[in-house]
Design a binder for this molecule. Structure first.
Ligand code: GLN
Length: 486
């Protein structure tokens, strides 16, 4: 097997047995990026020199026996987590040359674990989008089919993992941005419970929904990464002081003690591709064959998730993005005649159209006289959705559903049709609104060879249950060794 094709678990074994070095592994990953990223365009910044210095340090650490499961492992980072001294653009012109003076907490934790940070990955600008086409710099392509979207907004992260251009990656998920690209690229991605992972140093989109999580080649790899980045952080008052379980040790035999809830409405959801529906049905049968008991559940308000999310997220975005005014940092219009014109021109030129649309929508919805009708109403729906999950979890341990209604669609298909793009988030938004964890795990392929993912959601802070079900499902279907034809 080629070094860049290793999983984190495999690489960790070889590194600790001194069969390979981190420098060799990192060189192999850098060579892979050199060889295939011209076709995929997943990376915005590759830090080859920095990565090799980190790899040398990791090799030293490995020789002392002080290693962690991530020591010496090359990882990629979605370009909205601050990396000290390494450009962090959010795929936006307004932050094109921004070099953060500090590391996000997740980056500090990865560095403390000895991971090697290879570079920064493309995304939809400020994480707004589901296709990675809304990047100011480049369109990332799906490694399984270069004319298709990789999903988004963490499309660079998912494509890089799928194409073996890193062993694992971090993404962020506000409404599905880890799970949906993972599903489209045939990798595993988990959105942890809101509060599980610190958001300190994550550039904010919608602060009450944003959560960082890992994307990996296997369930076990995502468990290893989550274990390293999770846990309370005094720098983020919304991070929760819950103990972090030993996720990577979770396995077990069979699912005899697990009750799986199947939402009655999902199979009739508007726009559900029959091939996705069939793949999810087969997945449910597989989970049943592992001993789980499946029951019907109802989530009566989930139909309203898209409407509620597309009020709440733009409202929070309009407030968070007010800081990009050309004064403090980032891009500034060259020759304004006065201050107001400087603001106006800086923001018109610095933000792309999708980001501007969200800012305008959010500002409108929050303005005097409209607040109760929009933000207030959306917040009430959010509570109802949260209560639905609470009721459902009284009778089941996990809930399964599709991740995206269709396999990855052609690049350009929704570029002028934001509403269709928003509607495709139907299965992922509810978990963010409720704050619960959700994982996407590959469950099959469409007729034209595009990956399809299964979503498994669980109770607050019960990621362990998601890993248990996902790991055994992954083992049972064993499609993980299929590789995109690059
Ligand atoms: N697709 C959703 C949006 O455009 C979710 C994005 C995300 O999770 N960052 O807002």
């Amino acid at each position: 097997m080629k070094l860049h094709e290793l999983t984190i678990e495999q690489a960790c074994g070889l590194l600790n047995n001194k069969e390979i070095s981190s420098v060799e592994l990192t060189r192999a990953v850098l060579a892979r990026i050199e060889a295939v990223d011209g076709k995929i365009d997943a990376y915005l910044t590759v830090d080859a020199d920095g990565a090799l210095v980190q790899a040398q340090a990791a090799d030293h650490r490995l020789s002392t026996g002080e290693a962690t499961p991530l020591t010496g492992i090359p990882l990629g980072i979605k370009d909205l987590m601050c990396t000290r001294g390494l450009r962090t653009t959010c795929a936006s012109k307004i932050l094109e040359d921004f070099v953060p003076p500090y590391d996000a907490t997740v980056i500090t934790r990865l560095k403390n674990a000895g991971a090697v940070i290879v570079g920064k990955l493309n995304m939809d600008e400020f994480a707004m989008g589901s296709t990675t086409e809304h990047s100011a710099f480049q369109v990332t392509r799906n490694p399984w089919h270069l004319d298709r979207i990789p999903g988004g907004s963490s499309g660079g992260s998912a494509a890089a993992v799928a194409a073996d251009m890193c062993l694992g990656a971090l993404g962020s998920d506000t409404g599905g941005s880890i799970r949906q690209p993972a599903s489209h690229c045939g990798v595993v991605g988990i959105k942890p419970t809101y509060g599980r992972v610190s958001r300190f140093g994550l550039v904010a989109f919608a602060s009450s929904l944003d959560q960082i999580g890992p994307l990996g080649k296997t369930v076990a790899d995502t468990a290893i990464m989550l274990e390293a980045i999770a846990g309370h952080d005094p720098n983020d008052s919304t991070s929760v002081p819950e103990p972090v379980p030993n996720f990577s040790a979770i396995s077990g035999d069979g699912l005899a003690d697990v009750v799986v809830g199947i939402p009655k409405t999902y199979s009739s959801a508007r726009g559900l591709d029959p091939q996705v529906g069939a793949a999810v049905e087969r997945a449910v049968k597989t989970i049943e064959s592992l001993g789980a008991r499946c029951i019907d559940i109802s989530l009566p308000h989930s139909d309203h998730a898209v409407a509620a999310y597309y009020v709440i997220a733009p409202c929070e975005a309009s407030s968070n993005l007010a800081r990009y005014d050309g004064v403090k940092y980032g891009f500034r219009d060259k020759a304004p005649t006065d201050l107001l014109q400087m603001y106006r021109r800086t923001r018109s030129q610095g933000f792309g159209s999708e980001v501007q649309r969200r800012i305008i929508l959010g500002t409108y919805a929050l303005s005097a006289g409209y607040y109760d009708a929009y933000y207030g109403k959306a917040s009430q729906i959010r509570t109802l959705i949260k209560n639905d999950f609470q009721n459902a979890f009284a009778s089941c341990d996990v809930i399964v559903s599709p991740v995206a209604p269709t396999p990855a669609y052609p690049i350009g298909e929704t570029i002028d049709d934001p509403l269709t793009m928003y509607l495709s988030d139907i299965f992922t938004l509810s978990a963010n609104l409720a704050g619960i964890p959700g994982i996407s795990v590959p469950c099959g392929f469409s007729d034209d060879g595009l990956p399809i993912g299964l979503q498994i959601m669980g109770r607050h802070f019960n990621e362990a249950m998601l890993f248990k079900v996902a790991r055994q499902f992954e083992r049972a279907i064993a499609i993980k060794h299929k590789k995109p034809p690059l």
